[in-house]
Design a protein around this ligand. Structure first.
Ligand code: SAM
Length: 218
């Protein structure tokens, strides 16, 4: 699967994707992540990607043409999904991650300043928000999509079972049961914090039942 991220701050993306799971998934060629700076597609000597809003008002707007031209260059097929990251978009969920993981190519538009020239709306398939708050840029939202989608692809996680019982894996209200690891007991300021006995019992059916009981509906 291929991700193409359009951003005027490519290094925010490259720093993150060169670590941990995304780095390994790229090395294994399960995913490919390309980063494109729309500045390359400007003609003026200052390589301008933003300008003041028509009608006045604070801040700057990302210009139409540099982004449009970048989109035209990187779109590989009609099956490509083009997504604009914007706080006003549809709120992203695990179901969207599952749905989007079926595409061969996702193009993610990460904005800055006051956002995009609205004429770009015509050329995107959907608008996604990562939550009801405003960030300064779309790079973190783009990385949220990439990571949540990539980890669903076979071979990306060491143990595929990891995603089966996870929070949100069954429905959007499901919260995974509590997990513990060694040591069995820790003492903090005289208080003993112990692992539930049942998890040490070796009885797989009892452990399964306990976990089902402890998994919460929010
Ligand atoms: N003026 C815009 C508004 O009021 O909707 C906010 C622009 S925001 C400061 C700059 C960029 O950050 C946006 O173009 C978008 O790409 C990204 N962004 C900020 N918050 C986001 C969110 N919750 N979800 C997705 N993208 C977000």
């Amino acid at each position: 699967m291929r991700f193409d991220i359009i951003t005027i701050f490519p290094e925010i993306i490259t720093t993150y994707i060169n670590e941990s799971i995304l780095k390994r998934a790229r090395q294994k060629k399960i995913i490919q992540i390309n980063v494109h700076n729309p500045r390359v597609n400007t003609q003026d000597k200052h390589r301008t990607v933003d300008d003041r809003p028509y009608g006045g008002g604070p801040g700057m707007i990302l210009k139409f043409l540099p982004i449009y031209k970048t989109l035209q260059k990187i779109r590989k097929s009609k099956q490509t999904r083009i997504i604009m990251l914007t706080p006003g978009g549809k709120q992203y969920t695990q179901r969207d991650a599952e749905r989007l993981s079926k595409y061969k190519q996702l193009i993610l538009l990460a904005g800055r300043y006051e956002g995009f020239d609205a004429r770009l709306d015509k050329f995107v398939d959907e608008k996604i928000s990562v939550g009801p708050y405003v960030l300064s840029g779309g790079e973190l939202p783009a990385l949220i999509l990439v990571e949540s989608i990539a980890r669903l692809k076979p071979g990306v996680l060491g143990d595929r079972a990891s995603i089966i019982d996870e929070t949100y894996s069954k429905d959007l209200n499901y919260v995974e049961y509590p997990q513990y690891t060694r040591p069995e007991t820790v003492v903090i300021k005289g208080q003993k914090l112990s692992v539930p006995k049942i998890l040490l019992s070796g009885n797989h059916q009892d452990i399964k039942n306990w976990r089902q009981k402890k998994a919460k509906k929010r």
